[in-house]
Design a protein around this ligand. Structure first.
Ligand code: NAD
Length: 363
C-alpha cells in the first residue's frame, strides 16, 4: 500500500538528518510518497511566516508526518512552531520511548521507559505577560485584588492552565498505550503538593481514570523525587504520564539514561494526525557539517512506520539500527568514548551503514 507522508526537513541539522532518514526508510521497501513542505526560522526569512499554509494543508491531507527539529530563538517574540503545530492539530500526546540499545555508551543498560507528555497546555500555552507592559501591571493589580497577594511590579508572568479535558485525554492515552504495548505500570508525575489547582487537577483526574484499567498498576510521584528515582532506580518505572513542562524536562533526563539526545525518538499524536520527530533540537552550530547523529530521527521513523502499520519495515529498520549501534563502527562522535574520537563517522556514513544492514537483513 502506498502511503502519503508529510516531510518537514526543519532548521539547522534538520535537513541532513531528514535526508538520511528518508534513505534508510526507503531501503526497507515501504512504499511512501513524501510530500515535502517546510516550516521554521529559515522559511520565515524567505516567506515571512514560520508555518506556511502548505504545511498545514499537507498534514491535514496526509494525516501522518515526520519532521526535523525547528529553531526557536530564545527570549524573542518568535513563537515556537513546534508548539503552534501541536496546538493547531491537537497533537495532544507526545510519546517518547527511551530504550537502551546494546552498544550505546551509558551508565545504564536495559532501560525501557516511555514518557507520555501532555502537549497542548501548561506553561507552554503561550499566555505570557511581559515585564513593564500595562497589561502586566493590570494583571498584578487583579491578583492583589482577588488573592491579596502582591506580585512584585517588576515581574514578567507566565500562566499555567491545566484543564480536566486535556488531562482526561492524555491520561487515557497513557493507559491505552500501556494496554496496547503490553506494559505493566503507569506513573503520574506532578507537583500537586505546591500547584494544587493545576497539577492537583492532573493528579485528581489520574486517580479517577486509573481504576478503569485495573490490569495496569498505577502510582504517582512528585516530579523532583521522580528525577532522583530515575537516576537511581530507573528500572522501577515503565510508562510515565506528565504535564507538558515536566514531560519536556524528564524526556531529556530519560534520553541521558539511554545514551543521549542522539538516540531519543518521539511522536506527537492526536486523534486524527500524528507527527514524528526526534527529542533533540536543531543544534544550529553543527548545521551542514555532516557530524550529528541521525539515529534519533531514524528511530522516530520506526515509530512512524509502526503507526502506519508497516510493522515489518519498522522491525527491519529498528534491527538494522540496533545492529549498527552494537557493532559501534559506523557511529557519530556522540556515541564514541570521547567527543574527539577520530574513528567517529559522519551523519551520511551512518545512513549508508544502516542501508547495508537492511540489505543483509532482507536476504
Ligand atoms: P539541541 O537538542 O539542539 O542541542 C543540545 C545538545 O545536544 C547540543 O550540545 C547538541 O550538540 C547535542 N545534540 C542535539 N542533537 C544531536 C544529534 N542529533 N547528534 C548529536 N548531538 C546532538 O538543543 P538546544 O541547543 O537547546 O536547541 C537548539 C534549537 O532547537 C533551539 O532553537 C530550540 O528551540 C530548538 N528545539 C527544537 C525542538 C523541536 O523542533 N522539536 C526541540 C528542542 C529544541
Amino acid at each position: 500500500m502506498k502511503h502519503n507522508i508529510t516531510l518537514i526537513p526543519g532548521d539547522g541539522i534538520g535537513p541532513e538528518i531528514t535526508e538520511d532518514t528518508v534513505k534508510v526508510v526507503e531501503a526497507t521497501g515501504v512504499d511512501i510518497n513524501w510530500d515535502i513542505v517546510n516550516a521554521g526560522a529559515e522559511v520565515y526569512e524567505r516567506e515571512g511566516t514560520v508555518l506556511p499554509q502548505s504545511v498545514i494543508d499537507s498534514l491535514k491531507k496526509n494525516k501522518v508526518g515526520i519532521k526535523g527539529p525547528i529553531t526557536t530563538p530564545v527570549g524573542t517574540g518568535f513563537r515556537s512552531v513546534n508548539v503552534m503545530m501541536r496546538k493547531l492539530f491537537n497533537l495532544y500526546a507526545c510519546v517518547r520511548p527511551c530504550k537502551s540499545y546494546p552498544g550505546v555508551r551509558s551508565k545504564y543498560s536495559d532501560i525501557d521507559l516511555v514518557i507520555v507528555r501532555e502537549n497542548t497546555e501548561d506553561l507552554y500555552a503561550g499566555i505570557e505577560f511581559e515585564c513593564g507592559k500595562n497589561e502586566t501591571a493590570e494583571l498584578i493589580d487583579f491578583i492583589k485584588d482577588k488573592k491579596d497577594i502582591q506580585v512584585r511590579k517588576d515581574s514578567g508572568i507566565s500562566i499555567k492552565p491545566i484543564s480536566i479535558g486535556a488531562c482526561e485525554n492524555i491520561i487515557r492515552f497513557a493507559f491505552e498505550y500501556a494496554v496496547k504495548n503490553n506494559r505493566k505500570k503507569v506513573t503520574c508525575v506532578h507537583k500537586a503538593n505546591i500547584m494544587k489547582y493545576s497539577d492537583g487537577l492532573f493528579l485528581k483526574v489520574f486517580k479517577e481514570i486509573a481504576p478503569e484499567y485495573n490490569e495496569i498498576e498505577s502510582e504517582d510521584r512528585i516530579v523532583d523525587n521522580m528525577c532522583m528515582q530515575l537516576v537511581q532506580k530507573p528500572k522501577l518505572y515503565d510508562v510515565m504520564v506528565l504535564p507538558n513542562l515536566y514531560g519536556d524536562i524528564l524526556s531529556d533526563l530519560a534520553a541521558g539514561l539511554i545514551g543521549g539526545l542522539g538516540v531519543a525518538p518521539g511522536g506527537n499524536i492526536g486523534k486524527e494526525i500524528a507527527l514524528f520527530e526526534p527529542t533533540h533540537g536543531s543544534a544550529p552550530k553543527y548545521k551542514g557539517e555532516n557530524k550529528v547523529n541521525p539515529i534519533a530521527m531514524m528511530l522516530s521513523a520506526v515509530l512512524m512506520l509502526r503507526h502506519i502499520e508497516e510493522d515489518r519495515c519498522a522491525d527491519l529498520l529498528e534491527s538494522a539500527i540496533a545492529q549498527n549501534i552494537k557493532e559501534g563502527k559506523f557511529v557519530t562522535y556522540d556515541m564514541k568514548p570521547s567527543r574527539d574520537d577520530l574513528t567517529a563517522v559522519g551523519t551520511s556514513e551512518v545512513a549508508d551503514a544502516v542501508v547495508e544492514k537492511i540489505k543483509l537483513l532482507k536476504v
